[in-house]
Every structure is written in structure tokens, then in C-alpha cells.
Design a protein around this ligand. Structure first.
Ligand SMILES: [Zn+2]
Length: 294
């Protein structure tokens, strides 16, 4: 009996599977080449150490210099996927479709020759269209270009934690970051559990998740801890390209506005009540961080 329970709990634990995806790219103009390179190396080093392959959704405008493209190239050479996130990171709901699509093609021309290129596209801000014309126009365009949607299943506000972390670090350069790290990892795990519970509620048992992270300072600082924290809580990592082969990522929910986490959209189509909108935003995390004194 005890054996059976152990087996069952092992099966349940191993059913929690995720992969890592990173968006945007180091902002060369803001960081400068030395700091951008250090951030790149910290993230790549943590992935190498953990023997994981991620997918990097590059917004070309952030890295459009010889130094910047060398940083992106390092991802492909290390076996990671290099994918499209538009050139200038436009907001689809207020951008004409032809301009938005031209921006994707501009980025495509820069990315396609690089090692590791994969024809996956991630919508900036996870906004996939406000109207059916935008949503369906984009789906037809991506299919015609041979692209698939590089959707997110676990959406968490790492970008907001990053803003607060950098502001705190600037004020407290020598302070112990452990309490901040705990808050950040707790937040990510909480969001992962939420989206895993949504997946189970929708019947996608054992699906392979894609976690949305950004190429930023907080992940450069805490990625080894992040990976360890998820493993300690029973999560198994797979390569991002393997996760994108999960059949869930073939689904294209008929929802408006379209986008956010794929699971959030699927839940909305099914009429699941109590979903927060926008799915993730600073407003939800502001109070938590302020209560901790950050
Ligand atoms: Zn982005």
C-alpha cells in the first residue's frame, strides 16, 4: 500500500512539467554592451548548468547592433531556440495589421540566418487581437509565413518584479537579496500552480507548460534558484521545443480579445468563472511587494 501511495504521488509530482522561455532581449541602449553581455552570460550559464534548453523570443530592435546580435547568436550556438517577437515590440490592438506584420517580417529577416532559429512567434504583451479581423488576420498571416504561435501557458509578472528589484538594488547595493528572492520565487511557483490547476480543470493532465520570463536583471540574478525551487517542489523541466510540441499548443481558442495565457483563453472559451483580467499585471503584485518593504 505504502508503495502504491509512493508510486502515485511520484506520478502526480512528475506530471508537473514546465519549460523556460525568455522574451525581448537585453536592451543594449539602456544597459550598454558590458552589462548586457553579463546578463546574457548569467542566464545562459544557469541554463547550461541545469542542462536545459530554452527558447528566446527576440525583439530585434533591442539588440540591433553587432554586439547585440552576438549575444543572440550565443543562444543558438548553445542549443537554445531563437524565435520572433517582432522588431519594435508594437501593441497589436492599436497598430494597423499591415504595419504589425511588416515589423514581424523585418525581424524574421534578421533572425532566420542565425543558429537555433525556429519559426515560432510570440505576441508582445500577449495581445493576439482585439477584433476578429485582427485575430484571424494574424492567424492566417502566421500560417502563410510558416510560423506557429509560441504561446505562453504560465504567465507571471516577472517584468514587474524586475522593475522593483532594480529600483531596490540601486538603493541597497550591498543588502542581502534573500528576502526579495523568496518573494519572487514564491510568486512564480504560485502562478505555475494556478495555471497547472487551470490545465487540470480543462482536462489537460500532464501538459508541458511554457513559463514566460524576460531577459532581465532579476532572472540573471536568480535563475539558478528559480530552477532549483521548482525542482524542489516536484516540477520537472523539459526543453522548450519539446513543450511546444504538446498538442495543447496547437489549439487556437476563439476568444476576444485574443491572447494572454493560452490556458486563460481556453478557460474563457469554456466559460470558467473568476478569471482575472488582464491575466497578469502589476496591480496584482504591487501590494505584496510593498508589504514586504520593496
Ligand atoms: Zn515582450
Amino acid at each position: 500500500m505504502k508503495c502504491l501511495i509512493l508510486l502515485l504521488s511520484g506520478a502526480l509530482l512528475s506530471a508537473q512539467t514546465l519549460s523556460l522561455t525568455f522574451d525581448d532581449g537585453p536592451d543594449l541602449k539602456a544597459l550598454g554592451p558590458v552589462q548586457a553581455s553579463a546578463q546574457n552570460e548569467a542566464i545562459l550559464g544557469a541554463l547550461r548548468e541545469a542542462r536545459l534548453h530554452a527558447t528566446f523570443f527576440v525583439a530585434g530592435g533591442r539588440v540591433d547592433s553587432p554586439e547585440g546580435w552576438a549575444l543572440v547568436r550565443a543562444w543558438g550556438e548553445a542549443g537554445h531556440g531563437v524565435a520572433n517577437h517582432t522588431y519594435s515590440h508594437p501593441y497589436l490592438p492599436s497598430t494597423p495589421l499591415d504595419r504589425y506584420q511588416a515589423d514581424i517580417l523585418r525581424n524574421d529577416a534578421l533572425l532566420r540566418p542565425l543558429p537555433g532559429f525556429v519559426a515560432l512567434f510570440r505576441f508582445p504583451y500577449l495581445k493576439e487581437g482585439k477584433t476578429s479581423a485582427q485575430r484571424d488576420g494574424m492567424r492566417a498571416f502566421l500560417a502563410a509565413q510558416g510560423y506557429r504561435n509560441g504561446a505562453v501557458s504560465i504567465d507571471a509578472s516577472d517584468w514587474y518584479f524586475d522593475q522593483r528589484y532594480r529600483a531596490w538594488r540601486a538603493q541597497h547595493p550591498t543588502a542581502d537579496p534573500a528576502p526579495f528572492r523568496r518573494a519572487y520565487l514564491g510568486h512564480l511557483l504560485d502562478r505555475a500552480k494556478y495555471y497547472e490547476s487551470l490545465a487540470q480543470r480543462l482536462g489537460y493532465w500532464g501538459m508541458k507548460h511554457t513559463l514566460l520570463l524576460h531577459h532581465n536583471a532579476i532572472n540573471a540574478a536568480f535563475l539558478p534558484d528559480l530552477i532549483r525551487h521548482f525542482r524542489e517542489h516536484g516540477w520537472t523541466f523539459v526543453d522548450a521545443q519539446e513543450a511546444f510540441r504538446d498538442p495543447v499548443f496547437q489549439l487556437q481558442p476563439e476568444v476576444l480579445p485574443a491572447g494572454e495565457s493560452l490556458l486563460w483563453s481556453l478557460a474563457k472559451v469554456r466559460g470558467v468563472q473568476g478569471l482575472r483580467y488582464p491575466a497578469e499585471d502589476a496591480v496584482y503584485e504591487k501590494a505584496t511587494l510593498e508589504a514586504l518593504g520593496y
